[in-house]
Design a protein around this ligand. Structure first.
Ligand code: ATP
Ligand code: ZN
Ligand code: MG
Length: 513
């Protein structure tokens, strides 16, 4: 891991690798070869081949070997510089050349035992219970031991290296979470008189402006709140998107796994995703038992359905990732930069579990997503311009009490971007506003500079060869409305003049008896 920031710099932790493996050959070795030939080979491995690229005195060593019929058994011990599994692959390649002279080939690798030990100064309570490709984990005070369950194909896929990276990431994440300085106040508006002290969602339910929908964390918005949402959207369009030359696009709302693999969401989205499945077949006969069950019970047999469907991805979570497929593998012409586009074509979904609260925290919500792409300097400059313009909306049109805070997601540190985050070049600005009824601050939107993360993930390049950067900003309509209504109330006569004019008269359609 490369850390650019001095204070965050970690000394490489010490590692020890112990590997017992056998190279399986196509013929018996005992008859064909003089044992001294193999002995010479092992010596040359230990003095040269397994030390290449490592500092003096470091590298890997074959500490034990044995020829048994058509197998060569090896025990390799190493440090972090030539990891034992890399050493084994080097040995396989070189030995292949030697055996070739005797018309013997190497059929494959059998791994009997592979143990990795890391010097381990874990933060706080971090306990690692389970890891993929690991049979046994021993976590002591300053040492982490992993007994691996790997075969040759796992070595080819560099699973041991990725496992080490994974536990280091877990440790860094724990360390980052424990820090408090990843939230930093950047700007604070004037104090504002609050005209309301109730929960606006409760009040809107009372007035029949909204109704609970059938799904969890989902509402049906009546004509009044819909009018307010559209007014907020219009402000965003008139004050920011049109003056800055933004063009509208329509991003997909079903997100296939390949997108989340590239955007990085596949690393952690699972507890919050809304999963999407397709039928294993659209043959009505295959589904007849399900249909019949419903017809006789009036219950949908969810368990039966689960066996007949296949997961293919999830619903829109962060909005911009599926857009990047539009640019995937392409080279952008220099003159197109900066590119500024936005999407407001549909809903986003997050499983918020017990955190659901009114229109502030929903499972289904509406958001305008703004995306800009440029070289590094353009991308950073554009985010500053956006922030200026947002300031104007919140101060002069909505007239709310709000603040801007710099937040550094821990993944930045994890991806070796701590230095960039420190310079405030890559990272997120959260916009928060106080909710008078609860005295809590709510994040209602964000502005993020994502560095080269998306262009890299989706292999997008720039004609000039310069590094391509991007940023995005998610404007949550429910959150904007929640914040405004919580501070100003539902009675339009109390609203700031400018906003009142944009909204116009709130439509009254339904009356219930
Ligand atoms: P929070 O910390 O409140 O969960 P977040 O950090 O998960 O927010 P982001 O991932 O930054 O939110 O999403 C961008 C924007 O999307 C938020 O600023 C907000 O406007 C909106 N948003 C996110 N989650 C929800 C939700 N559950 N309900 C309504 N709006 C949401
Ligand atoms: Zn985004
Ligand atoms: Mg969240």
């Amino acid at each position: 891991m490369k850390m650019t920031n001095e204070s965050e710099e970690e000394k490489p932790i010490d590692m020890e690798f112990k590997l017992k493996a056998a190279l399986k050959c196509s013929g018996s070795l005992s008859g064909e070869m003089d044992p001294s030939e193999i002995e010479k080979f092992v010596t040359s491995c230990n003095t040269d081949l397994l030390r290449r690229g490592a500092p003096p005195g470091c590298g890997a060593e074959i500490v034990k070997w044995n020829v048994a019929k058509d197998k060569i058994e090896l025990k390799i011990v190493s440090d972090r510089f030539v990891r034992a599994h890399d050493a084994l692959l080097r040995v396989k390649k070189e030995l292949g050349k030697l055996l070739g002279k005797h018309r013997i080939g190497i059929r494959g690798i059998e791994i009997e035992k592979y143990k990795i030990a890391l010097e381990w100064k874990a933060e706080g309570e971090l306990k690692i219970h389970k890891l993929p490709f690991v049979k046994e984990i021993k976590q002591e005070k300053e040492r982490l031991e992993l007994l691996l369950d790997v075969d040759e194909s796992a070595l080819d896929k560099r699973i041991p290296d990725r496992l080490i990276r994974l536990v280091e990431d877990k440790r860094d994440a724990a360390r980052w979470k424990g820090k408090s300085e990843h939230w930093e106040l950047l700007f604070e508006s004037d104090k504002k008189p609050f005209l309301f002290d109730k929960d606006p969602t409760e009040e809107m339910l009372q007035r029949d402006w909204i109704q609970h929908a059938a799904g969890r964390g989902q509402y049906i918005y009546g004509p009044q709140l819909t009018r307010i949402f559209r007014a907020l959207e219009k402000i965003l369009l008139d004050e920011i998107l049109m003056p800055l030359g933004y063009k509208e696009m329509i991003f997909p709302k079903f997100v296939a796994w390949d997108v989340w693999k590239r955007s990085g969401h596949a690393k952690g989205i699972y507890p919050e995703a809304y999963y999407v499945c397709t039928p294993k077949t659209r043959d009505p006969e295959y589904w007849e038992d399900v249909m019949d069950y419903f017809k006789v019970t009036n219950e949908v047999p969810v368990d039966m359905i689960m066996g007949k469907i296949e997961n293919v991805g999830g619903m829109c979570y962060a909005q911009c990732p599926p857009f990047w497929v539009f640019l995937q593998g392409k080279i952008l012409a220099n003159e197109t930069l900066p590119i500024t586009v936005f999407d407001r074509s549909g809903t986003s979904y997050r499983y918020e579990s017990g955190g659901l609260h009114g229109i502030e925290r929903l499972d289904e919500f509406h958001r305008v997503e703004i995306v800009w792409i440029g070289n590094k300097q353009q991308t950073i400059a554009h985010s500053k311009e956006l922030r200026e313009m947002y300031r104007h909306i919140f101060n002069d049109i909505l007239d709310i009490e709000w603040r801007e805070a710099w937040v550094t997601p821990w993944f930045m540190a994890q991806e070796g971007k701590a230095g960039l985050a420190e310079l405030k070049e890559v990272g997120t600005v959260d916009y928060e506003a106080v909710l008078p009824y609860s005295d809590k601050w709510l994040e209602f939107q964000n502005v993020s500079v994502n560095g080269d993360k998306y262009p890299k993930g989706f292999s997008v390049k720039l004609q000039s060869g310069e590094e391509l950067w991007s940023g995005c900003s998610g404007v949550g309509l429910e959150r904007w409305a929640a914040v405004f209504l919580a501070q100003k109330g539902l009675d339009t006569e109390n609203w700031p003049e400018k906003f009142k004019t944009i909204v116009g008269e709130l439509p009254e359609v339904f009356k219930f008896l």
